[in-house]
Design a protein. Structure first.
Length: 407
């Protein structure tokens, strides 16, 4: 059919009839009319012209090839075609979601195959592309799965992958002892690790390497689980530092399922922070400090204060004296912070002490309610992964917070 002859009532009508046909083959005409009618009624709030579309109930109608369950008022032809096309696409999307799982994908495919080729090609040119709808459905399903991976599944997958990577490179005995020691030591601070069990598969048969207490883990805040996972990975990387830690991280990322990687990223787990040069860590710390200062003053004044702090003799070697924050380039983020490259050769513990004193000085300048919230705002601006990284450098934010409360 020529594109110019395709009216709105035929655009939406044929798609709805095809949809009813597909659903009817799986269930019944009565169910199909109810399912489609429900979706159309919901979308009437957005597309008022759907009032011209009536889905007839068929529960009391005997099968008759001449019965048409779709009745469309010709007034719909006065509406903008582009809006009718959008409404038709949304009807398909909503019904496919209701069907759920993989069935939704094949549902869209069957609607397409149920249409005459010339008609399917015509509405494709108008904007109803069934191939695109299938792809969008799969993408949405995948994102939904990634976002709703439960804590226990995530923790088990990460630990199993850690076990596999370590065993391949270091052997089973080293892997078992390392993970047992790590979870035991960290569980005093991160009690959720008590729900993770590392099994000695050399002595116990028919058991997985990792078992978790699903019920307890799934009740926890997901972001806290992400924080602990980041900590575990960093600890293992530090253990392997002299024996190829960089290789370990690369293999771990390659072995982790992409869906789980996506979920980990959403929970703040950042593999790039696990092994960073000190220059980048310092820049992020300074940026977070300046941002907190800006909340209590202007940008220019906050940067002036920071540059004055950096000039102060807060360490005997003057490691931070050559650092400067550029006010004019601050919109570029950490690129506005100029740091001498030789800081990467300074011992991590010395940089940690310098930054500890710098953070304390900034905290002492902020009074009132803003001062009480300083550490929380700083940690939020810095990000969970970087907070863990500076803790490894010896920076004790809790101690700074306690000192602030006592003043």
């Amino acid at each position: 059919m020529p594109l110019s002859e395709l009216e709105n009532d035929e655009i939406i009508g044929r798609v709805l009839r095809s949809t009813i046909g597909v659903i009817s083959r799986r269930t019944s005409e009565a169910y199909a009319s109810v399912a489609i009618g429900k979706v159309v009624n919901i979308l009437k709030l957005k597309y008022t012209f759907l009032e011209f579309v009536e889905i007839k109930k068929t529960e009391f109608v005997q099968f008759n090839e001449f019965f048409d369950p779709i009745e469309i008022n010709p007034k719909i032809n006065d509406e903008k075609t582009i809006e009718v096309v959008q409404a038709t696409s949304e009807i398909i999307k909503n019904i496919s979601k209701d069907i759920g799982q993989e069935a939704g994908y094949f549902f869209i495919k069957e609607i397409k195959e149920n249409l005459p080729f010339n008609y399917e090609n015509s509405i494709k040119n108008l904007g109803i592309n069934f191939d695109t709808l299938q792809l969008e459905y799969l993408t949405d399903r995948k994102k939904s799965f990634k976002l709703y991976i439960k804590n226990a599944d995530l923790m088990k997958h990460v630990f199993k992958t850690l076990y596999e990577v370590l065993e391949q490179n270091e052997g089973r005995l080293f892997t078992y002892k390392t993970l047992i020691e790590l979870t035991t030591r960290l569980s005093t601070e991160y009690t959720m690790l008590r729900y993770v069990t590392i099994n000695d598969i050399t002595t116990v048969r028919n058991v997985d390497t990792i078992t978790v207490n699903d019920e307890n883990l799934n009740m926890l805040e997901p972001s806290k689980v992400g924080f602990v996972i980041q900590k575990v990975i960093q600890e293992i990387n530090n253990e392997l530092d002299e024996n190829g830690g960089v290789t370990f991280l690369k293999k771990l990322k390659e072995r982790l399922n992409s869906d789980y990687l996506y979920r980990l990223k959403g929970l703040g787990v950042d593999f790039n922070v696990i092994k960073l040069n000190q220059e980048l860590v310092i820049k992020h710390v300074l940026k977070a400090l300046v941002d907190v200062l800006i909340t209590a003053s202007s940008q220019s004044y906050a940067i002036l204060m920071m540059n004055n702090f950096l000039k102060n003799p807060i360490d005997r070697y003057g490691h931070l004296k050559e650092i400067k924050v550029d006010n004019e380039k601050y919109s570029q983020g950490i690129e506005a912070i100029k740091i001498p490259s030789n800081l990467n050769t300074v011992r991590e513990s010395e940089i940690g002490r310098c930054l500890q004193k710098l953070i304390e000085q900034v905290a002492n300048t902020i009074g009132g309610e803003a001062g009480k919230q300083f550490i929380n705002k700083f940690k939020e601006g810095l990000g969970k992964a970087y907070v863990l990284r500076i803790e490894e450098m010896g920076i004790n934010l809790h101690l700074i917070e306690l000192k602030k409360e006592l003043t």
